[in-house]
Design a binder for this molecule. Structure first.
Ligand code: GLU
Length: 490
């Protein structure tokens, strides 16, 4: 089995394209096959500089590495495999050879119709509520007529001669049997006047020459499939298996699009979603294992994925689920890994003046925030109070519900004395917790009357992580400073 992902470099890798790539990759891996990446850049008007790099970087970031085709090695884009080149603009000669074959066999024809004529034709068809499409005006030109027009410098395209009164039937792996009436299919342009093939022609030639056995793509390509099947039949080639994936929609059942929010894989990366969680989430858009399980690594998906279990209806992209899933992955991470991942978010946040990877604050900070994060960028909001120079809170908040102002002030003063004595080498969450609790008991005080004001003094918040966690992140100096300030505010 050989599958492929064949994006056009017309912008960023969209989350829908990412799902197509993932499903094609998983289908190949599940069946011990190969996954190939081809770049379809024949539409020069929609070409976007850097588009290919973005697609490759997005796929590699998520761990979807092609076995063949356009790849990245040592940071450089290269092509690997015996069926190359894998970038369509480098294959023009090949397309011309196959076009010549179709022309020779009378399965395609030159069309010299001007844009004006075609526009007019469409207009009339629309006005008369007729199906739009080419009317076969140039279908029967003789070779002399063609030569004459060419000699006069007239430009032509090559069109597919679609057979009449036939039915094309495909067995789609997702959608089941789909039938098409050839009388409703337009004589598709295969080669444009600039010598570039259209998508429809190039895709068939390449999928065949690259020995693709299974084509997985978005359902927007389903209406094009009969044109492709006609070409396979004309060449006498084996028709591949097809799977057309349903659309991705948002909660309002609208098609996902740039207009309705960020949908490129890189936007998700930038927001701090993890490659593992995005991949896991996207795998479940349309596919499920048939039981309750939801957390899958890429390796597990490679074993479990089954294209036959992909549903036909549109899949709803629920960002809350992605948040939840990312949170699950973050919770399972070691503090050290999370510390490393949050560092760039902190350094880009403007909260601090750049901290280095060995900063002793990072690990306790990661540990403190881990349970509350649903993406890496949450660290910015969750740790804002840690980096603040000044906490703006109402001093009444310092007073525990069963205490009063005077007691609170006394308690904070005693606590301050105690903390001042702590040797810096013992300043960590565990030690502070043990010693402060013993100190509370031996002084006949209650946990609430000490720990509540301590926590508020350190966080300035009604709800926050515990006081020992915060103290360990803040370090001795800043902890003392905040408690001192709280005493002065009372
Ligand atoms: N180049 C097409 C795209 O950008 C590929 C369609 C296909 O997979 O056949 O979606």
């Amino acid at each position: 089995m050989r599958t492929r992902f064949a994006p056009s470099p017309t912008g960023f890798l969209h989350i829908g394209g990412f799902r197509t790539a993932l499903f094609a990759y998983l289908h190949a891996k599940k069946n011990g096959g190969k996954f190939l990446l081809r770049i379809e850049d024949t539409d020069r008007e929609r070409f976007v500089e850097g588009g290919m790099d973005n697609i490759l970087n997005s796929l590699y970031w998520a761990g979807i590495i092609p076995d063949e085709g356009v790849m990245v090695e040592d940071g450089k884009v290269m092509q690997k495999g015996k069926n190359g080149p894998y970038i369509q603009s480098e294959r023009l000669k090949i397309y011309h050879e196959y076009i010549a074959r179709l022309l020779e066999e009378g399965k395609a024809y030159h069309c010299f119709c001007s844009k004006e004529r075609l526009d007019k034709l469409r207009e009339t068809q629309e006005k008369n509520k007729l199906p739009t499409g080419y009317d076969g005006y140039c279908l029967n030109l003789t070779s002399e007529e063609i030569k004459k027009k060419e000699a006069a410098g007239e430009k032509s395209v090559i069109r597919l001669k679609v057979p009449k009164n036939e039915q094309i039937v495909i067995e789609d792996m997702v959608r089941g049997t789909v039938k098409f009436d050839t009388n409703l299919i337009d004589d598709q342009v295969l080669l444009k006047s600039d010598g570039f093939p259209t998508y429809h022609f190039a895709v068939v030639i390449d999928d065949h020459l690259m020995e693709i056995t299974d084509i997985i793509r978005g359902e927007e390509w389903l209406p094009s499939t009969p044109k492709h099947v006609i070409l396979y039949n004309y060449f006498g080639w084996k028709i591949p298996n097809y799977a057309h994936l349903s659309l991705l929609v948002n909660e309002k059942k609208q098609k996902l699009s740039k207009r309705h929010g960020d949908v490129s894989v890189f936007d998700f990366k930038e927001k701090g979603y993890l490659p593992e969680s995005l991949l896991n989430f996207v795998a479940l858009l349309g596919w499920n294992p048939g039981d309750e399980r939801e957390i899958f690594s890429l390796k597990e998906l490679e074993k479990e994925f089954d294209i036959k279990k992909v549903g036909k209806s549109a899949s709803v992209f629920d960002i809350n689920k992605l948040d939840w899933m990312t949170g699950q992955y973050i919770k399972k991470m070691s503090d050290a890994t999370l510390a490393e991942l949050i560092l760039p978010f902190l350094n880009n946040s403007g909260l601090c003046n750049g901290i280095s990877a060995d900063n002793s604050l990072l690990m306790p900070l990661a540990k403190m925030c881990k349970e509350r994060m649903s993406k890496l960028s949450d660290i910015v909001e969750l740790s804002g109070f840690i980096f603040a120079d000044f906490l703006d809170y109402d001093s009444d908040l310092l007073i525990w519900k069963k205490s009063d102002l005077k007691t609170t002030k006394d308690n904070l003063e005693s606590l301050l004395e105690f903390l001042n004595e702590v040797e810096i080498k013992y300043w960590n969450e565990k030690w502070l917790q043990e010693k402060i609790q013993t100190w509370i008991e031996s002084n006949g005080r209650t946990v609430g009357e000490i720990l509540w004001p301590m926590r508020v003094a350190l966080s300035g918040q009604k709800n926050s992580p515990g006081p020992f966690e915060i103290a360990s992140v803040l370090g001795k100096e800043k902890t003392i400073e905040r408690i001192r300030y709280a005493i002065s505010a009372l």
